[in-house]
Design a protein around this ligand. Structure first.
Ligand code: R5P
Length: 301
C-alpha cells in the first residue's frame, strides 16, 4: 500500500499521481512559526505503507528542515519506506571545488538526502561533471527526462522552429528535443565569469532567417544565459525567440528582464510552480513513481 503527501505548491501533481496509480492521497500540515522555525504534522496514518512525499527542491534551504521532519515523523509512525519526488532537484550545480576551501554542495546535499529518504525521483537534474545521480546518491535515484514533452510543445506551438542550446550542457536536451520535433538545432558555447556574468557565443543562424528561434536550457535562474543569447539573436535580426526552460527558477526579476530583452514568450515545465508553466510533467513522474513502488525499496538505515 502506498500513500502520497505534498508540500505546498505540488498538490495538483500529487493528486494526479494518486489518481493515476490508484494510491491514497495523504493529508499533512507544514508551516513556519513566527520565529521562522518549521512545524510539520501528518494527519493521515502511514503505518506499514510506502510513503511518497512530493517536494520540489528549488529554494532548498527553506524546505529541507520540513522534509527532514516529515521523514522522521513518518518513520516514527511506522512508514515502511519514504520516497521523495523532487520535480526540481536543487544543489546540483556546485559539483566541483573551483576554489580552495569551497564546499562541494552537490555531494554533501546528496549524502544528506540519501540519509533521510529511501528513493528519489526527479526530472532532468543538472548532471554536468557527474553522469548519473548514482555517483553521488546512495539511494535508488531516477532521473527522468522532459525532452519528449518539450518536443511535443514545440511541434504544437511553433511553425518553423530552429532549436538553440546556449551552452554545451544544454546539448542533451536540445538534441533530443530537436530529433523528436524533427527540427534543426545548434548548440552555442558559454563562459560564466560569475553568478550574473556570462558570455555566450554568436549563433550562426544565417540560413535560418525564416525560422523561429527556440532557446532550450535545463534551468533559467538569473536568466543571464538566455538574455545573452536573445540579445545576439535580436542583433542578427532573427524573429523574437521563444525561451524554454525545464525548470524556471527566475531569481528576483529574471522573468521580466528576459521578456524585456526581447523574448517572445517564456515557457517552463510545472516542475516549479510559475506563470510560465505550460509543459505538464505529472504523467512521467507517475510512471517513475510506479516503478519505485513496484520495487518496494525499504529503509536501509
Ligand atoms: C548551467 O550550465 C545551466 O545549464 C543553465 O545554463 C544555467 O543554470 C542558467 O543560469 P542563469 O539563468 O543564471 O544564467
Amino acid at each position: 500500500m502506498a500513500i502520497i503527501f505534498s508540500f505546498p505548491g505540488f498538490e495538483s501533481i500529487a493528486s494526479h499521481i494518486a489518481s493515476d496509480l490508484k494510491i491514497t492521497r495523504g493529508d499533512m500540515e507544514i508551516r513556519h512559526f513566527p520565529d521562522g522555525e518549521t512545524y510539520v504534522r501528518l494527519n493521515s496514518p502511514v503505518e506499514g505503507q510506502q510513503v511518497i512525499i512530493i517536494c520540489g527542491l528549488d529554494k532548498p534551504d527553506q524546505k529541507i528542515m520540513g522534509l527532514m521532519f516529515f521523514a522522521q515523523v513518518a518513520r516514527k509512525m511506522g512508514a515502511k519506506s519514504i520516497g521523495l519526488v523532487a520535480p526540481y532537484l536543487g544543489y546540483m550545480r556546485q559539483d566541483k571545488r573551483f576554489h580552495d576551501g569551497e564546499a562541494i554542495t552537490a555531494d554533501i546535499f546528496a549524502g544528506f538526502l540519501s540519509q533521510i529518504v529511501d528513493w528519489l525521483v526527479t526530472i532532468d537534474p543538472h548532471l554536468h561533471r557527474h553522469e548519473k545521480l548514482s555517483e553521488i546518491y546512495t539511494i535508488p535515484a531516477a532521473a527522468i527526462h522532459a525532452s519528449d514533452h518539450i518536443a511535443d510543445w514545440v511541434k504544437s506551438n511553433i511553425a518553423r522552429p530552429v532549436l538553440i542550446g546556449p551552452d554545451a550542457e544544454s546539448s542533451q536536451w536540445v538534441s533530443e528535443a530537436a530529433k523528436k520535433a524533427g527540427a534543426p538545432f545548434m548548440v552555442l558555447s558559454k563562459i560564466r565569469r560569475g553568478d550574473r556574468d556570462v558570455a555566450v557565443s554568436l549563433p550562426d543562424v544565417a540560413t535560418y532567417h525564416d525560422h523561429t528561434p527556440v532557446l532550450i536550457d535545463d534551468i533559467i535562474s538569473t536568466a543571464h544565459t538566455m538574455i545573452e543569447t536573445v540579445v545576439h539573436l535580436r542583433a542578427l535580426s532573427m524573429r523574437p525567440p521563444t525561451c524554454i526552460g525545464v525548470h524556471g527558477i527566475f531569481a528576483g526579476d529574471a522573468y521580466d528582464r528576459l521578456m524585456s530583452a526581447g523574448a517572445h514568450r517564456i515557457v517552463t515545465s510545472n516542475s516549479i510552480p510559475h506563470k510560465s508553466n505550460d509543459i505538464a510533467i505529472e504523467d512521467i513522474l507517475a510512471t517513475a513513481v510506479s516503478a519505485m513502488i513496484k520495487n518496494n525499496h525499504s529503509h536501509k538505515g
